[in-house]
Ligand binder design. Structure first.
Ligand code: ADP
Ligand code: MG
Length: 434
């Protein structure tokens, strides 16, 4: 096969369209692929102007480009960056890719164009672009849906959290109400128990003073002779102390049930404790036998207390009447003022409290072994302890069997004010006998 035939075969069988154009723009050669691409028969294109293969609007610019290429005929890609289009014989346009080369054939300048039909590639590219766009819009939509869902979820979570909180609150309210009810029930139960214990105690304790009163009254009736005056006085005293016992029992019970029901309110004012003591001693003196004195001793600078005088009075009545009851000798009430607090000591020289019983002293209904034959409820000290707690104070005692007992109440002062008539003004220590 000679060389020219070889080239011819290559030329004709090449898959790319090859077209050779002279300087006038006339087609001098077109291969099979090119004819197929543009829809022409063999050799039909030869002699035609190259612009025949170009869509009408592009023809004029193409002529321009062709002249420019002729000035600078370096091999290059045609229409870089632009979409090139070819025109088929049947008028259909299609996308092409073209590279240009310069060739000298038969001693004259020619341009060789290699043409590829890129319809397929374009279609794929477009499809790719479309699906890319679709993907992007899908992703965007998805994103916004996720956002929406997240927001919805946030709302739902917030609503659930609120429901949770509300429920917790409701549960707490219910628990609190239940606790309150339980407490109220316990209190009620305790109060009922207290009342029934009291009733059995009182019916027992009432009998003795009542029978004392009855027998003493009958005896007084009999002792009408003036010579019996000392006997009559003794029985009058017996009656008075029996009545006082009854009164004490009722007072104890009343105070305790008030305390238990929370009906005791603190009413604070400026309290002069020595005045309160004078009142108490006054009230109790009718009960003390003639040979039993109550002495008041004041130490330190007298100061008014920011406290409740009625409660202080109740505390003192209890402690001093215990002193009277459990001792036949004199009783000392000692006030000892310091800067911040007042010590009130009630000291007797009576029967004392057995050591083994001492730890139960403030328990309700507790009575020491050696006090069994003396009237009492066993409530007084329990009440006193509660009162002292209310006043923010403390209570303690020391006792020795058959030697005596001293109760010490310490109360906060909280005013720093002095009373107008100060018993300890003139002497630092004053001893007052009643
Ligand atoms: N000053 C005292 N001396 C001896 N014993 C006392 C004295 N004060 C209280 N007690 C003992 O403490 C008990 C409880 O006292 P209290 O609560 O006042 O009840 P009550 O005087 O009604 O028995 C008394 O029964 C007694 O045994
Ligand atoms: Mg008592």
């Amino acid at each position: 096969m000679n060389q020219e035939r070889t080239f011819r075969v290559i030329f004709e069988t090449c898959q790319e369209g090859i077209i050779v154009v002279n300087t006038e723009g006339t087609i001098v050669l077109a291969n099979q692929a090119c004819n197929n691409m543009f829809g022409y028969l063999q050799d039909e294109l030869v002699g035609q102007g190259i612009e025949k293969l170009i869509p009408v609007p592009m023809r004029t610019p193409h002529i321009e480009h062709r002249h420019q290429y002729a000035q600078n005929p370096v091999p290059r890609q045609m229409g870089a960056g632009r979409d090139l289009r070819g025109l088929k014989k049947n008028g259909v346009e299609f996308p092409v890719e073209i590279s240009l080369n310069r060739a000298v054939l038969k001693e004259s300048e020619h341009t060789v164009a290699f043409i590829i039909d890129i319809t397929q590639r374009k279609r794929m590219e477009d499809a790719l672009k479309r699906s890319e766009k679709q993907l992007i819009s899908y992703a965007t939509e998805l994103e916004s849906r996720v956002e929406e869902r997240t927001e919805e979820l946030d709302h739902t979570i917030a609503a659930l959290e609120k429901i949770n909180r509300d429920m917790e609150e409701q549960i707490n309210v219910r628990i609190n109400a239940e606790n309150e009810a339980k407490k109220a029930l316990d209190r009620e139960r305790e109060l009922n128990e207290l009342k029934s214990r009291f009733v059995s105690m009182a019916s027992h304790e009432f009998r003795t003073p009542l029978s004392t009163i009855l027998s003493s009254a009958s005896l007084i009736e009999k002792y009408d002779d003036p010579s019996n005056e000392p006997k009559r006085r003794r029985h009058v005293h017996k009656i008075k102390s029996a009545i006082s016992n009854l009164q004490q029992i009722l007072d104890d019970f009343l105070s305790l049930s008030k305390l238990e029901e929370g009906r005791v309110d603190l009413k604070r004012s400026e309290v002069n404790v020595s005045e309160v003591i004078e009142e108490v001693i006054d009230e109790l003196s009718s009960l003390t036998p003639e040979n039993q004195a109550i002495r008041l001793l004041i130490k330190g600078k007298e100061t008014l207390l920011n406290s409740d005088d009625k409660i202080i009075k109740n505390i003192l009545i209890n402690l001093i009447s215990n002193g009277i009851k459990y001792s036949e000798k004199d009783i000392d009430v000692i006030l000892n003022y310091s800067r911040a607090s007042l010590d009130i000591k009630v000291k007797d020289q009576g029967m004392g409290i057995p050591e083994g019983d001492q730890k139960h002293m403030f328990e309700r209904f507790f009575r020491a072994k050696n006090a069994i034959n003396i009237q009492g409820t066993g409530l007084g000290l329990n009440i006193v302890k509660k009162y002292v707690d209310m006043l923010g104070g403390t209570i303690d005692f020391v006792s020795k069997l058959n030697k005596g007992t001293t109760f010490i109440v310490n109360l906060p002062i909280e005013t720093g004010k002095e009373p107008e008539t100060n018993l300890s003004d003139t002497v630092n220590e004053k001893n007052i006998n009643y």
